[in-house]
Design a protein around this ligand. Sequence first.
Ligand SMILES: NC(=O)c1ccc[n+]([C@@H]2O[C@H](COP(=O)([O-])OP(=O)(O)OC[C@H]3O[C@@H](n4cnc5c(N)ncnc54)[C@H](O)[C@@H]3O)[C@@H](O)[C@H]2O)c1
Length: 494
Amino acid sequence: MRKVKTLGLLGTGVIGGGWAARALHFGIDVIAADVKPEMEAWMRGAVANAEPALARLTSAPLPPKGRLSFTTNLREMAEKADFIQENIPEQLELKQRLLGEVSRHAAADVIIASSTSGLMPSDLQRDMTAPERFCVAHPFNPVYLLPLVEVVGGAKTTQTTIDAASDFLRYIGMHPLHVRREVPGHLTDRLQEALWREILHMVNDGVATTGELDDAIIYGPGLRWAAMGTNLIYHLAGGESGMRHMLAQFGPCLKWPWTKLEAPELTETLIDRMVEGTQAEARGRSIRELERLRDDYLVAIQQVLRQYDIGAGSTLRALEERLYRDSDAQTPAADLDAPGPLRLIDTTVRPEWVDYNSHMTDYRYLHVAGEAQDALYRLVGIDDAYRRSGRMFYDVESHVAYLREAKAGEPVYMTTQVLDVDDKRLRVFHRLHRRSDDALLSHCEQMHLHVDTAAAKAAPIEAGVRARLERLRKAHAALAVPAAAGRGIGSARA
Ligand SMILES: NC(=O)c1ccc[n+]([C@@H]2O[C@H](COP(=O)([O-])OP(=O)(O)OC[C@H]3O[C@@H](n4cnc5c(N)ncnc54)[C@H](O)[C@@H]3O)[C@@H](O)[C@H]2O)c1
């Protein structure tokens, strides 16, 4: 399968717009096709709305944004795209007809995927040319922030298609979940629908309002579900004997049963209760306002989960590692023997880095120094494999001096000078500069101690890493030692 530089979208509503925002953000060009020309403006608006939240998701270096173009000509889209994602309304015949048409205009090595929420891939690929390159790639709203995407093959889909589609989806920061057997509703919508059916019953029977039922989730199970699913959570609930005890204790209730399988009739009264209930919950806030609130907490949750390397947080970590790898590959390898200092970080002061004074807040200076330090580690061979082997540097001391303001949107760069290195210690001096006039904004001197992480004790640096650091030290020895190096707080400024 080919490398994906351009994503083709068929249908640019809520889901198509979400795919566009995600792909563009991670540097993929998008050519979007819709029957309605007015969808171009709508989709550009949707992409712009997604941007503030997406921009906060990670501070890893991003490639230049992709370019967005729009057409009402399905054939033009199909001929230009390297991967096609269909997002038209959930109607089997319409999807079959258009997927068939798209497949006749797209080269045979172009994967064609459908966002369908529950139609079967074997049905969808029925009229396609080269149906083996078709699969379902079912995302979740908002597509630009939620990593889950269910990947489902039909009878004619090859494993190569599943693998290549999953690789691309991972590349744009998603978590492809391979659904091994096609079933109506895939996995997640089947689960969601079961819950929704119970909600409809309880509202219909006057047991609870929509707001009370939402509270029943968000103050409890919803918080758990962000990182542990129902099964693992129930395993924990069963005490020392886990799931076995849980099934023994609560298994009989499944027979009573507490829940109702058939959905209730959607009467006018029930529809009114659902609509009025959710309007009351919205408390006058518009859909746009609620979307912004949702996007903000979705970003925050993923960043917290990232710290625990769990669920969507692990996906974010993997994405960041890929972004750093790609960025390092783009940057000409720094010459370890060049006179230095190293220029390892070129970035822009992000809006969320500034405080109420509208300049960069103090701990962000340390954050940028941390990014430079990570780049230095990658340069000398400290990567994920090295960390997994139980070795790493820990920061043991930092001294930051704030010299000038850094304003939101200002391009800045950081240089790094290796002052000293021995078997266990590394001393560096980072300088943050404004790109427009090279003015020095801040400097940060740091001592890092090499540790055996399992023993939580200082331990010698691995020989190859040590040798590379030594080359840097020798090269940087020709530089003047910064006058501020080793300076105590309050001592005269250099
Ligand atoms: N909305 C969700 O939460 C959600 C989540 C996951 C998957 N999906 C699935 O994604 C698909 C799209 O859903 P949506 O919510 O974005 O719908 P939508 O109604 O917002 O968008 C559908 C778009 O398809 C366009 N369209 C209709 N006929 C077309 C044609 N012949 N050629 C080109 N474009 C055409 C429409 O103009 C519209 O812009 C559905 O299959 C749905 O099941 C939806």
